[in-house]
Design a protein around this ligand. Structure first.
Ligand code: PLP
Length: 290
């Protein structure tokens, strides 16, 4: 079984042996940021976009990242090299580093970088083909004036609470609403619906992470002549959609079969299938170095 590898403290180790000190503020307070990046044919996919988002998240929480993009890329290359496989998932984590107990980040002088390469399958292949079951969670996405959804921080507790609700309901994934009851996103993915041939996804202001896969799908869809835009959505829009699917680095593209007990009109629907083909083609070109 492939258990993955991890770069920490300047060296690559088996993932199962990698450790962080209990004084790391990432562990004590969730004080840090991260990115999930897929690699295909040994090369990180949409790397520039991920590094830009990582740096923006870090700036937003006043965390200096002392590694430039070149160093980060060479560390990622080292980790991918040590990983047993051409395709996989990288997790870049930058924590505030070690400090005394107490919430003040000022004494944390040295950020800690962790880079993991592993496999990540959000759902098993049969469920992916059939389409997943979604439930709307009672747990809400944090309001943007509390914690801006654009910050990809180590605080995922409300997403975890939502996922626990999905597990208890026997569903595959949860949808989080924002404090106004508008649809925000999944626990680790963005959500799209199709209505009258038009592709719609909630705006960031409603609590969606500005997903990199989401941006790619919006672009691929418009390139194919499919009308695609951000639009605020209510649960009603999910329940009456022609199609629904999720996007994310971990998720890639996953069709949704059922939402809160309502069956989607088509799964996988025609718009999903076109977007999925275009997505695979983009990955194929990435692998060919185009
Ligand atoms: C909360 C949340 N929303 C959406 C996404 C999807 O974003 P991306 O496509 O950039 O992976 C993620 C994935 O990291 C996420 O954690």
């Amino acid at each position: 079984m492939n258990r993955g590898v991890c770069w920490i403290d300047e060296r690559v180790q088996p993932l199962a042996e990698a450790r962080v000190p209990v004084t790391d503020h990432g562990l004590l307070y969730g004080d840090g940021v991260f990115e999930g990046i897929r690699f295909y044919a040994g090369t990180p996919f949409l790397l520039e976009e991920h590094l830009q988002r990582l740096r923006n998240s870090a700036r937003a929480i006043s965390l200096d990242i002392p590694w430039n993009n070149e160093s980060l890329s060479s560390i990622m290359a080292e980790v991918i090299d040590a990983f047993d496989g051409e395709d996989g998932y990288l997790r870049l984590i930058v924590t505030r580093g070690d400090g005394p107990l107490g919430i003040d980040p000022a004494p944390c002088r040295t950020p800690r970088l962790i880079v993991i390469a592993s496999r990540l399958e959000m759902v098993d292949p049969a469920t992916r083909t059939r389409g997943i079951r979604l439930v709307t969670a009672a747990t809400r996405r944090l309001p943007p004036d509390g914690l801006d959804p654009r910050i990809k921080s180590l605080n995922y507790l409300n997403h975890i609470l939502a996922r626990i609700e999905a597990n208890r309901a026997g569903a595959d994934e949860a949808v989080l609403l924002n404090d106004q009851g508008r649809v925000a996103e999944g626990t680790a993915d963005n959500l799209f619906i199709v209505r009258n041939g038009c592709l719609l996804t909630p705006p960031v202001i409603d609590g969606a992470l500005p997903g990199i896969t989401r941006a790619l799908i919006l672009k691929l869809a418009s390139d194919m002549g499919i009308e695609a835009r951000e639009q605020s959505l209510a649960p009603y829009d999910l329940h009456t959609a022609d199609e629904c699917f999720l996007t994310g680095t971990g998720a890639e593209l996953i069709p949704v079969r059922e939402i809160d007990g309502r069956m989607a009109k088509a799964c996988p629907g025609p718009v999903f299938q076109r977007c999925h083909r275009a997505f695979r083609e983009t990955i194929r070109r990435h692998c060919e170095g185009e």
